[in-house]
Design a protein around this ligand. Sequence first.
Ligand code: IPD
Ligand code: CA
Ligand code: CA
Ligand code: CA
Length: 254
Amino acid sequence: MNRLDVAIEISKHVGFYLMQFWGRASNIEKKENFQDLVTAQDKNSQELIINKIQSHFPNDGFLAEEDMEKNSKNLWIIDPIDGTINYIHGLPSFCISIAYYEDKKPVFGTVYNPFTEELFVGIKDEGAYLNHSRLKVNDINNLNFAVGSLGFTKNFTGKFIEKVENNVQRIRIIGSAAISACYVAANKFDFFITTKANPWDIAAAYIIVTEAGGCVRNFTGNNPKIFEKDSYIFSKPSILETLQNIISEIGGGI
Ligand code: IPD
Ligand code: CA
Ligand code: CA
Ligand code: CA
């Protein structure tokens, strides 16, 4: 079994497990504050994923949200549930995000939503797919036709909405950074913007969106620093500059 097949197989297996507890997660605990929660299912999902990978590739390393870091040039970046708050509340946007990087360079990423059974895959230089259909970002030439998505982050989300409410068709906040970004790859959203994303939120979606022909930049206009906390603009090429200008006007941080 190659690494991509392992990622897909374990995502579906864990997805089946997670659906048993969807909307009734157990051992809900606070991490940094009341907006940052972890459940037994986050921890179990991570353990299932890491055990499976280790059984095939014992020397590989991990960077995973629920306290697991082991360095290696062969690195898996894992978010065992992206959208924990949705998962706890029985809302349908949550996913398992698995990325594989070699020497800190992207190789592939998978994002699987067990509720919708959407599997997004991006393979470096080989394209992006949603359940075997090739993804290709199309273009729009005016923000007026855009449906965009945002993270829920302090000092940014409110200001951004206020600034664009008369210029975009709609703004949606769906509660999973990985799914929101993949929806740009799939032309469901025209952009997704968030501050303070962690490597595990975004490492897989970054490959999926770039392979689908979407743009990914941070708020300073550079390639985001995947291995640090950074700001992200995922967008169709033609509206990127307009979005960057809006963000500089409101003074967005990371
Ligand atoms: C969170 C979700 C959420 C985003 C947060 C993330 P988690 O991840 O992606 O949509 O706004 O910044 O931390 O904690 O559910 O894995
Ligand atoms: Ca979390
Ligand atoms: Ca996350
Ligand atoms: Ca998580």
